[in-house]
Design a protein around this ligand. Structure first.
Ligand code: ADP
Length: 183
């Protein structure tokens, strides 16, 4: 199964993607995690993207797309994956369509985690990652509304939406149910 997980920062994409990848036996690919590993490892890419992450800005599409292209080896088409944090713009989604077409596959399902903004902002403030300060959080939410939410239209034919409020296992159960309706 090839899945994209979409939702505002703080909706629990990373948490759910990790559990779902375990349960479904597919790899979890998080662009946020990949970028943070580069920043922590002080690689050339890490130095290039550090300021974007710290300010909550989107890393430029060509940089992000190139990193994803490298990660999406041929076997991901056969074995399946959950993409978490990518695509985040319609241009990235178009690049992803092309990348996968070249590898002879496509996205089966786009899983939207839906949660009210007040709730996700409160969760991020409680999490307190380096980029979870109030100004940066607000900026990331705004970018989600402006840049990422249009993906829901782009993927309308493959979209399933689940409420991302309640306990982690509750949300996972809803997500698995929703994915089953698409299988
Ligand atoms: P969250 O969803 O909580 O904001 P992520 O770990 O998904 O956290 O992303 C953290 C940061 O990494 C983003 O604010 C952005 O700077 C960068 N990033 C991650 N994915 C992308 C992407 N697809 N395009 C551009 N920037 C990205």
């Amino acid at each position: 199964m090839r899945i994209v997980i979409v939702g505002p920062p703080g909706a629990g994409k990373g948490t759910q993607a990790a559990v779902l990848s375990d349960q479904l036996g597919v790899v979890h690919i998080s662009t946020g995690d990949l970028f943070r590993a580069h920043v922590d490892g002080d690689t050339e890419l890490g130095r290039e993207v550090k300021n974007y992450l710290n300010s909550g800005a989107l890393v430029p599409d060509e940089v992000t797309n190139a990193m994803v292209a490298q990660r999406l080896t041929d076997d991901v088409c056969r074995n399946g994956f959950i993409l978490d944090g990518f695509p985040r713009t319609v241009a990235q989604a178009q690049a992803l369509e092309e990348l996968l077409r070249d590898r002879d596959c496509g996205i089966d399902t786009v899983l939207e985690l839906d949660a009210p903004e007040d709730e996700v902002v409160a969760r991020l403030l409680a999490r307190g990652r380096g980029d979870d300060t109030e100004d940066v959080i607000r900026h990331r939410q705004q970018l989600y509304r402006e840049e990422t939410a249009p993906l829901l239209q782009f993927y309308a034919d493959r979209l399933v939406t689940v409420p991302a409020v309640g306990s982690v296992p509750d949300v996972t159960a809803r997500a698995l149910d929703a994915l089953r309706t698409r299988a």
